[in-house]
Design a protein around this ligand. Structure first.
Ligand SMILES: Cc1cc2nc3c(=O)[nH]c(=O)nc-3n(C[C@H](O)[C@H](O)[C@H](O)COP(=O)(O)OP(=O)(O)OC[C@H]3O[C@@H](n4cnc5c(N)ncnc54)[C@H](O)[C@@H]3O)c2cc1C
Length: 104
């Protein structure tokens, strides 16, 4: 038994086939959307209202990328990780006496 919209009655009508695909095609394997940016985490992936907690994973995606998501997720993790390290170094440098230049 299939639960969901009925198959398009006219398979020659591209727009109704397109509508059918958009409303039914999904995946079991690419979970996303549980911790949306702007709703659960802010633009820096910090959990809103909680100090020192970030969520950086597929749950922050509003939509699943139109392909396997693993590479996108790894890039997101690396991007955020490097950004956090840079910010941490910058905030530590503010408290150090100035002795030449710092390599960040
Ligand atoms: C069968 C299958 C096949 C797939 N094949 C592919 C593929 O070929 N290519 C591809 O790109 N993607 C594939 N995917 C999708 C991909 O694996 C996921 O989209 C991706 O791993 C999600 O990454 P994530 O970091 O969001 O979450 P996850 O990889 O699920 O990592 C979440 C981690 O958080 C941990 N965790 C959960 N709750 C807590 C907690 N409370 N405290 C501490 N830790 C916690 C979990 O143990 C887990 O290690 C596949 C998925 C499945 C299920």
């Amino acid at each position: 038994m299939f639960l969901g919209p009925a198959l398009p009655s006219n398979w020659s009508d591209d727009s109704s086939v397109e509508d059918y695909c958009r409303s039914t095609v999904t995946t079991f394997w690419h979970y996303h959307g549980g911790c949306l940016v702007g709703k659960v985490v802010d633009g820096d992936f910090r959990v809103m209202g909680i100090n020192s907690l970030r969520v950086v994973d597929g749950s922050t995606f509003t939509i699943s990328p139109g392909t396997n998501p693993q590479a996108t997720l790894m890039m997101l993790g690396r991007y955020l990780g490097l950004k956090m390290l840079r910010e941490r170094r910058e905030s530590q440098c503010r408290f150090l006496p100035v002795q030449g230049s710092y390599v960040l």
